[in-house]
Write a protein that binds this ligand. Sequence first.
Ligand SMILES: [Zn+2]
Length: 491
Amino acid sequence: MRRTVMWFLLLWCLSIPQVSLAESAAKAEITGIRSGPFVDKGLGTNVMRYVFDVSRPVTAEGFVVVGGASSRLSVVIKDAVPAEGLGLEVEDEVVSRASSAVNSVGTQVMLELKQKISMNDFKVFTLPGNPQANKVFRVVVDINRNPNSAALDKQVEPVVQGPQLLQMRSYTHVDAVTGASKIRMVLDSSVPVVASASLSSTPLPRLLVDVKGAAPGKIDREYEFDSKIIDRAAIIPGPGGAGSRLIVDLPLMLESGDYKLFTLPADPKADKPFRVVLDIDKKLPPVQFTFTPGLANKVIVIDPGHGGSDPGAIGLGGLQEKTANLAVAMQTKALLQKAGAKVLLTRETDIDVYGPDASDVEELKSRTTIANNQKADVFISIHSNSSVNRDVSGTSTYFYQKTPYDVMLAQSIQQSLLQAGGLADRRVNSANFYVIKRTMMPAALIELAFLSNKNDEKLLGSPQFQQQMAQGIVRGLDKFFAQASKQGGEE
Ligand SMILES: [Zn+2]
């Protein structure tokens, strides 16, 4: 009897927190909605993008309901409810009206569309949150601004008929002597096809192969690579819904001599189908750097961190990191140009370099691409730090030692920044940051000061301090080129 009572009490105690936890944890909140046009030049898509901010990771899916001359896109954001007072006023060239309903699954957002679309004309996907970039988890809906009527007709008959690609195979070959690597991609086709290739450098380095005469069929659509020659590849229907397009995402821009595209006829005796072959020979990265002293004629790429939809860290007084970073970058540019350097900024205004609400990798890669394509001598990324501890203050510089000069560059800049700004030395640190790792030249990432510290924030917002830090960067670069030129001479 006693035991029964105790069990009862124990269960009762456990059940209370469980019930309330279950209620509060069950539903994520949709905290914001925004939209705007988004262009991906490489994919050839031109979409309206609708972004839903969600308080924690959820899953989402979309369905098209076709009726009459228009369509309705129904997007279900699972296990989520709209935050109190969240409006859903959407009216643009694609959507005539939006409404939402909460049901047991989550929130169903209905987008009434001005035109008919097919299942190939929209995409629903999620982007992870990134607390450092002040980004929450997002559900993204892309709707084609120019719905493809050919694809619409195909949707009625989902069974793939006619000529199609059968499979994609790839082989990597590393030359034992030179260490150079090559990659071969082979598309097997059920019929003879015509293939052509083109390079696209914006927003990201890409090689596009258009195959006329065969649809993607049931072939696997996405392929991951190790990023030595290729980041990833995807196969999509060709422009206008005809044929196929192979999209090859590259870590570095190729030149026309770096790849070869050809076809091989079918060989029934050897049981081989018609083949489209793409060979990519990656040039070895420039392992040999030779630096001369002085800033004149140096190609310097400066990357003001964040921008546009991404404010970066935000100070207690409201100063946004993207604003301070850009101010220092612009002043650095002016000083370097005066010294005769060729300076390129990854952004000169308050914009996203890739586009609003791109994935973090897309955004960062578009910045390193600028430096790699320009064959810059050095790359400097300018950021401002933030800490939960408001007492933390100071300047730090990060490097990733991929060339013999990265640490030298970081040390030289850090030393000059300390002299120029007079803040605490938070040292030179090694870090695995994308922009300093994926640039081909010596690179450094600067954290000027802490936006989370009252005094640092005040300094970051003052034109005088911004000018001092810009002078520090310029002196650091000048010292670096002097030191690096001597090192080259000694060897
Ligand atoms: Zn930052």
